[in-house]
Design a binder for this molecule. Structure first.
Ligand code: ADP
Length: 294
């Protein structure tokens, strides 16, 4: 893709398998963050300038979601792996929207969503990964985290809830934790939904004016907007420290919901296809017994 391509979106031209995705969308694909990417996370990378027509992206997303549903069925039956999708992003960056879209594609018995709010008194008495480990998906399951252990190097850092001597070593602790999960069959993909300051303003304003939504606001949400630059620094360091081969980060341009859903659906299809999930063979004794089934 030419100028204006956000960091982390590829200009490659490979096809996804068995797809039906038009070639004009070939360039729209997330790429994992590399340690030395020097991401700026400015407004420019929260959107893509020139996009194919929206109907094309919407239709392709529907195709991907149908494919995801089929892949999930096999993934669940196969049971060799779990998939963990971590969603991080500022308020109103679209975490709930992604969950509704992705979750909507799946059979609910194979998916679990965990949301992470401020830790409870009990959680605070444990190490920060304690509450996280308990909700890591088991084999065959797809787990989605709405916020995650990364709050412990983001909100905790920016709001000064712990000193640097506590939060900084967490980068290495998180990498070790995720490596251990990966070695035990958990495929990890992490998406930072990158919304621009202007778009966040529009979305927050809409929510503040809507009685069905404004009850959810916390004082911290408004304070966090004022700490925009501090969060940008915290996100940049988190992305560079914790994007690993076994648990990569992807920066998703999230100002445009249609594009955001397409990019995440495509990344998930690519991920599930890469493990080539298979339905197990029927048990031999059952097969034998089934011969006489009437
Ligand atoms: P959301 O804002 O995602 O809709 P909630 O309002 O329930 O969901 O809770 C999210 C809030 O909890 C955010 O302000 C987030 O920063 C905070 N939070 C999550 N984890 C932690 C943590 N480990 N330490 C401090 N705050 C946290």
């Amino acid at each position: 893709m030419s100028n204006g391509t956000p960091v982390g979106v590829s200009n490659g031209s490979t096809h996804i398998k068995g797809n039906g995705i038009p070639r004009e969308l070939d360039a729209l694909r997330l790429e994992a963050v590399h340690r030395d990417d020097h991401l700026k996370l400015g407004s420019g990378s929260a959107r893509i300038g020139e996009l194919p027509p929206r109907e094309v992206i919407v239709e392709a997303t529907a195709t991907l979601l149908t494919r995801l549903a089929a892949l999930q069925e096999a993934f669940h039956a196969d049971g060799r792996h779990a998939l963990l999708l971590v969603l991080q992003g500022r308020d109103a960056s679209g975490k709930d929207g992604v969950i509704k879209t992705v979750y909507g594609a799946f059979n609910p018995t194979g998916v679990q969503v965990a949301a992470f709010g401020p830790p409870t008194p009990l959680e605070l008495k444990h190490d920060f990964l304690w509450r996280v480990h308990q909700v890591v998906p088991s084999l065959g399951m797809i787990g989605v985290f709405n916020r995650s252990h990364y709050e412990d190097v983001l909100a905790v850092r920016v709001r000064n809830l712990a000193p640097e001597s506590v939060w900084r070593p967490r980068f290495a602790q998180i990498n070790a934790f995720e490596r251990s999960l990966a070695e035990n069959g958990v495929i990890i993909r992490k998406c930072m939904l990158h919304v621009s300051r202007e778009e966040q303003y529009v979305r927050l304003k809409e929510r503040l004016d809507d009685p069905r939504k404004n009850w959810k606001f916390r004082l911290e949400d408004l304070k966090d907007r004022a700490r925009w630059d501090e969060y940008t620094d915290a996100y940049r360091e988190m992305l560079s420290e914790c994007s690993t081969r076994e648990a990569p980060w992807f920066v998703v341009p999230a100002d445009d919901k249609v594009l955001r859903n397409f990019l995440i659906a495509r990344m998930l299809v690519d991920t599930l296809e890469s493990v080539d999930p298979q339905f197990p063979a029927m048990d031999a004794a059952v097969r034998e017994a089934a011969r006489g089934f009437t």
